[in-house]
Write a protein that binds this ligand. Structure first.
Ligand SMILES: Nc1ncnc2c1ncn2[C@@H]1O[C@H](COP(=O)(O)OP(=O)(O)O)[C@@H](O)[C@H]1O
Ligand SMILES: [Mg+2]
Length: 252
């Protein structure tokens, strides 16, 4: 086989990781007079790396995350009262294995979504199946969907290892169907010991009011809180700080 034929064979065998680096590996082997096995091992590693990064990319796409925030770019000095060690504890992802939950509750702009997304992204990197959902938007969409779409949607929220419901009760009252949906999600995931992270600007004491049904609220909270880390985000809004600095640099 000549080089072209080898490349074609690699593509046919779906070894695109090897195909991509082949010419480099050939040069490298010649330059270093490398033993065959060493070159072969490097080529296998290229294929493995490529497959892993593809899988990670697929998991990221499926997660519904729109960016890749990290705790590394979080400024802990801005709101010194944030529960920093609890955030890093979540980031270890131990809670996913334990099927535990986390509630991140507090003021707008303090970084609740940032932390929840950073944890979710880390989970995709570590091979977990993750779903990130902007709760109000997606719950409203669920309410308008057909029965079959609803069943599929529900499955997509129950099955993953980690479900993130971001900004629950943004709109204060949620529709009855959303309350029922939340109850089904929480109950099923509780039974299956699957982790949920919820962020909200609303304190837990008021959830009954927003859910519109005290009994339902109690059964939802009972299960959510059974194994649950509570993270309180007290502080000032980073959004306002960003807006203020934009105004400061804007030409007049
Ligand atoms: N301490 C912080 N350091 C760096 N960026 C922050 C910090 N707090 C918030 N942000 C950023 O400010 C914006 C608003 O934060 P977000 O997580 O959406 O707040 P919340 O969900 O609590 O309303 C985001 O772009 C986020 O990345
Ligand atoms: Mg948010």
């Amino acid at each position: 086989m000549n080089m072209n034929e080898i490349e074609r064979a690699l593509r046919e065998l779906r070894l695109s990781g090897i195909a991509e680096t082949l010419s480099t590996r050939v040069m490298q082997a010649q330059a270093a007079q490398q033993p065959f096995l060493e070159t072969f091992a490097a080529m296998l590693q290229d294929e493995l790396d490529r497959r892993r990064s593809r899988l990670t990319e697929r998991r990221f796409k499926r997660s519904g995350l729109d960016d890749r925030p990290s705790l590394a770019d979080f400024d802990w000095r801005f709101n010194p009262k944030l529960p920093r060690s609890a955030c890093f504890e979540l980031h270890t992802l131990k809670f996913i294995g334990e099927g535990a939950n986390a509630l991140i509750i507090g003021k707008p702009g303090t970084g609740k979504s940032h932390v929840a997304k950073a944890v979710a992204y880390q989970a995709t990197l570590q091979g977990y199946d993750v779903r990130y959902v902007e709760a109000d938007t997606e719950f409203a969409r669920y309410g308008l969907a057909s029965t079959q779409e609803q069943a599929e949607q529900l499955k997509a929220w129950v099955e993953p290892d980690l479900l993130v419901l971001d900004d629950l009760f943004l709109a204060r009252r949620i529709a009855d169907i959303s309350t029922e949906l939340l109850q089904v999600i929480v109950h099923q995931r509780y039974k299956l010991r699957r982790a949920i992270v919820i962020t909200s600007n609303r304190v837990v004491q008021d959830w009954g009011k927003y859910l519109g049904d005290a009994t339902m609220a109690t059964t939802i909270l009972d299960r959510l809180m059974h194994r649950c880390a509570m993270l309180e985000f007290e502080g000032k809004s980073y959004r306002l700080k960003e807006a203020a600095s934009r105004i400061a640099v804007a030409p007049v």
